[in-house]
Write a protein that binds this ligand. Structure first.
Ligand SMILES: *[C@@H]1O[C@H](CO)[C@@H](O)[C@H](O)[C@H]1NC(C)=O
Ligand SMILES: [Zn+2]
Length: 449
């Protein structure tokens, strides 16, 4: 038994060593890495999750029986990835179905006469295309752009480079480290002490790569755009932006599993807390799971996670000092602009204002790109969920303008979270237009007085 174990370990080490040296066979022969391809990223290529022949179905629920059936199905199966939960009649839900379950799943749809569409027949093709749009780690950060996706390291190097380029306007911020010791780095653009501040949280869900890309786009616009309205936004407000508040998860999506969502905290044989279910506001009351194997695991206790604690501490220390009056959380996908609450359908005190600003933001997007974004409270618009950062920022930190954006694609996207890189620039641009609309409308109503 012991021998067998050692044998397996040796085999694994051999595979990793080979992969660590990239494709150059001569490097393997002498066992020394000579190329820039060595290091943890290339070393783990050999154990990347794959989704060959996984299908995405979009199903519609027409009666209670179908809803109950699919609730049970979600509980029972780890080879079906539900994008949301079965809840109500008329609802449409996307489900990623493992290749070995396709026949069985298709049979269920037929047996219960469910309306459905197949959105994608081989999900791995989407992932492969997407990974080709990633610029390798180690690139000169001056090559950073909004036509590719970038590793955490490159994003951080780009931030540092911008700080050197714009020393009067950009300050690098450090929220502290994550569970696995990665830095949670951000920026403050502008430092007029009498300005009100806008806080942007991004990348809390690892696989939603468009979120960090959008955050860096906004930083870049604020620093480099010559457009009159951008310069006004940059000089009238201070902007505190953290592109990646879940760095462990983000790295994991590049190195091991493109579909990872949570952080990387260990719970026996599985990992990860959904950080956007972990905040201490009506924690673990609705739309979250107590099971660590689930994608929406709320954590063992409220604010159990280091990443959650870091953000809470940062906001508590800065909300008054920096006059933070607006909180924007960037996510994908579904094209929605949502405000509190997530845990209840009860309306928050300034519901009418938030509704009005959200509608203006959606109109601004429509005017810019023609895309349809839906606005409303989170509970009404996407699905009930508790322990979200936006609810906490609004009710505990008392930040009166709080939104969660679900960026592209549409609710029935055939790409799920794998947004083509060609859409980064237009998505980020329309998100910035929406933020502008919200900020300008809120200013008119004296929220920044
Ligand atoms: C979270 O809520 C569920 C369902 O109400 C409950 O069973 C579980 O014990 C709760 N978890 C904790 C840690 O309180
Ligand atoms: Zn998300």
């Amino acid at each position: 038994m012991l021998t067998w174990q050692i044998g397996v370990d040796l085999l694994v080490i051999t595979i990793l060593t080979m992969a660590a040296c990239g494709s150059g066979v001569e490097n393997v022969a002498d066992g020394v890495c000579k190329t820039g391809g060595c290091g943890p990223v290339s070393a783990v290529r050999s154990d990347q999750a794959r989704y060959d022949n996984y299908r995405i179905y979009n199903v519609q629920f027409d009666n209670e029986e179908q809803i109950k059936l699919f609730q049970k199905l979600e509980d029972q199966s780890d080879s079906l990835t539900f994008i949301g939960h079965a809840r109500e009649i008329g609802q449409k839900l996307s489900i990623l179905v493992a290749a070995h379950r396709v026949a069985d799943f298709a049979d269920i749809l037929k047996t219960y006469k469910m309306q459905h569409r197949v959105l994608t027949y081989n999900f791995q093709e989407k992932i492969d295309r997407n990974l080709r749009e990633v610029i390798p780690e180690g690139i000169d950060p001056s090559k950073y752009d909004w036509h590719h996706y970038f590793h955490l390291k490159t994003i951080y190097e780009w931030i540092d480079q911008m700080a050197v380029k714009y020393p009067e306007r950009l300050t690098v911020l450090d929220m502290g480290t994550s569970t696995q010791g990665n830095q949670i780095k951000g920026v403050k653009v502008g430092h007029n002490p009498s300005n009100k501040a806008i806080f942007i949280e991004s990348g809390i869900h690892a696989r939603e790569w468009i979120a960090p890309a959008t955050a860096t786009y906004i930083i870049n616009e604020l620093l480099t755009s010559t457009a009159d309205y951008v310069q006004k936004l940059a000089s009238n407000y201070n902007w505190i932006i953290f592109p990646c508040v879940n760095p462990d998860g983000y790295k994991y999506t590049f190195e091991h599993d493109r579909m990872w969502r949570k952080n990387r905290q260990l719970f026996g044989t599985c990992r990860g807390v959904d950080l956007n279910r972990n905040y201490p506001d009506h924690w673990n009351t609705t739309g979250s799971s107590s099971d660590p194997t689930r994608y929406d695991f709320a954590g063992p206790t409220s604010a159990s996670e280091l990443e959650t604690q870091r953000l809470i501490e940062f906001i508590r220390n800065n909300v008054e000092k920096e006059h933070i009056k607006t909180y924007i959380a960037l996510h994908s996908y579904s094209q929605m602009l949502m405000f509190p609450s997530g845990y209840t359908k009860e309306r928050v005190p300034n519901y009418d204002d938030l509704q009005e600003f959200g509608k203006k933001a959606a109109a601004a997007i429509k005017a810019e790109s023609g895309r349809d974004y839906v606005s409303g409270s989170l509970y009404e618009t996407i699905y009930p969920s508790s322990g979200g950062s936006m609810d906490w920022a609004y009710s505990e930190a008392k930040i009166p303008i709080a939104y969660t954006f679900e960026l592209r694609g549409p609710p029935d996207s055939e790409d799920l979270f794998i947004l083509p890189a060609a859409e980064i620039q237009p998505t980020a641009s329309e998100a910035f237009a929406a933020i502008r609309a919200i900020v300008e409308a809120a200013a008119e109503k004296d929220y920044y007085k």
